[in-house]
Write a protein that binds this ligand. Structure first.
Ligand code: SAH
Length: 354
């Protein structure tokens, strides 16, 4: 079977179409059906000759994945648990917020970074997703929208470390940002990373300027290594240098993410240190109160502790935004649905959204 989405992101569709005995322009038509017209059956591709459609049905497939579970929350957030051809599972989410239609996609099955509070990395990483599998999540989520709506934003904040899989991520994001793809402006596409300097440097060399969010979570190396073990061999300074360089070449304001964990990184001295670290950087600090993961010992800080943290940073002139997660009730955060399904706590078919 030929996987058409993979062919599209790898710019190989024309060759495939030629091999199937069709002129080049058929590749454009086929691509438009799949990427822009959100059609996933060959019969519906009415401007293609019937014989070609039959040939496509015999030798090609659009989806390599199946939907193991689809949940919808009261606030309109929809989450897909996607089953890969080899049985691996990943998650992706559609968030509705005013006019915004944001999707959150995964880059790997599991994660190797080991952040202590995160559900995605509890069992390590299984494998990288292919460019086609990353793009497939976008197309699958796009199909959830009514015809007159379009995706407006993408965040690569699902399962996995996107910059550990940058060579497959970039072709997929290219499809998202190109005019003949999903047409989403690069500045509305956010890559969230634990902070891998060589890969950030790679982004600095690109022509496409994605928005970069760096998951910091601690204001000093000792604490960061405790919370984000991969920090041990990297260190905050190298990450900030690479991020600053990205800002210099791209002009894109950086975001730093900070998951707030009660008593661990939410004390006044942490806020003070963080303010010092970020001072002078035209950056936004995105604070995410910890979203509890069953089985983990961490706690969400009290409202007072959150407020105290915010006030200290703001008093130093840092721009702070608190992100309260949408779709919590459907476990729309970070590897949680997959985890439940692994432990068979979630029936996979036909269950009512919780
Ligand atoms: N590996 C990338 C992207 C995936 S995680 C990264 O580290 O940025 C996306 C964001 O969700 C990160 O900032 C991560 O720290 C945060 N996150 C993960 N688990 C969380 C939890 N249980 N509660 C709150 N935020 C969480």
């Amino acid at each position: 079977m030929i996987d058409l989405v993979e062919q599209i992101v790898r710019h190989q569709l024309e060759d495939t179409v030629k091999e199937l005995g069709q002129p080049k322009f058929r590749a454009k038509q086929l691509r438009e059906w799949i990427v822009q017209n959100r059609v996933d059956s060959f019969e519906e591709m009415t401007n293609l000759p019937k014989a070609f459609r039959e040939k496509l049905a015999e030798s090609c497939r659009i989806w390599t994945t199946t939907i193991a579970k689809h949940t919808t929350a009261d606030d309109g957030t929809e989450k897909l648990l996607v089953q890969l051809h080899d049985g691996g599972r990943i998650e992706c989410v559609l968030l509705r917020d005013g006019d915004r239609r944001t999707i959150c996609i995964s880059s790997q099955v599991g994660c190797a970074m080991g952040c202590v509070f995160c559900a995605s990395g509890l069992d390590g990483v299984e494998r990288n997703l292919t460019a086609g599998e990353i793009a497939e999540q976008m197309l699958r989520l796009q199909m959830l929208l009514p015809e007159e709506e379009r995706l407006s934003h993408i965040v690569v904040m699902g399962m996995g470390e996107p910059l550990a899989n940058i060579d497959r991520l970039l072709p997929a994001l290219n499809l998202a940002s190109s005019e003949d793809g999903l047409g989403i402006s690069a500045r509305r596409i956010t890559i969230s990373t634990v902070g891998l300097p060589p890969a950030i440097d790679k982004l600095s060399k690109l022509d496409t300027r994605y928005h970069l969010a760096v998951s910091l979570h601690a204001p000093n190396d000792e604490l960061r290594t405790q919370i984000v073990p991969v920090n041990k061999t990297i260190g905050i300074q190298k990450i900030l240098d690479a991020a600053d360089h990205y800002f210099e070449v791209s002009g894109r304001r950086l975001t730093f993410e900070y998951v707030l964990l009660s008593e661990l990184n939410d004390r006044p001295e942490h806020a003070q240190q963080l303010a010092k670290l970020l001072k002078g950087r035209p950056a936004l600090l995105n604070v995410i109160p910890y979203n509890p993961v069953p089985g983990l010992p961490y706690e969400t800080p009290t409202v007072q502790a959150q407020q105290r943290f915010r006030e200290i940073l703001e008093s130093h002139g840092i721009t702070v935004k608190f992100r309260h997660r949408k779709g919590d009730k459907i476990n729309a955060a970070c590897g949680q649905l997959r985890r439940l399904s692994k432990e068979n706590l979630v029936p996979l078919e036909g269950s009512a959204p919780t």
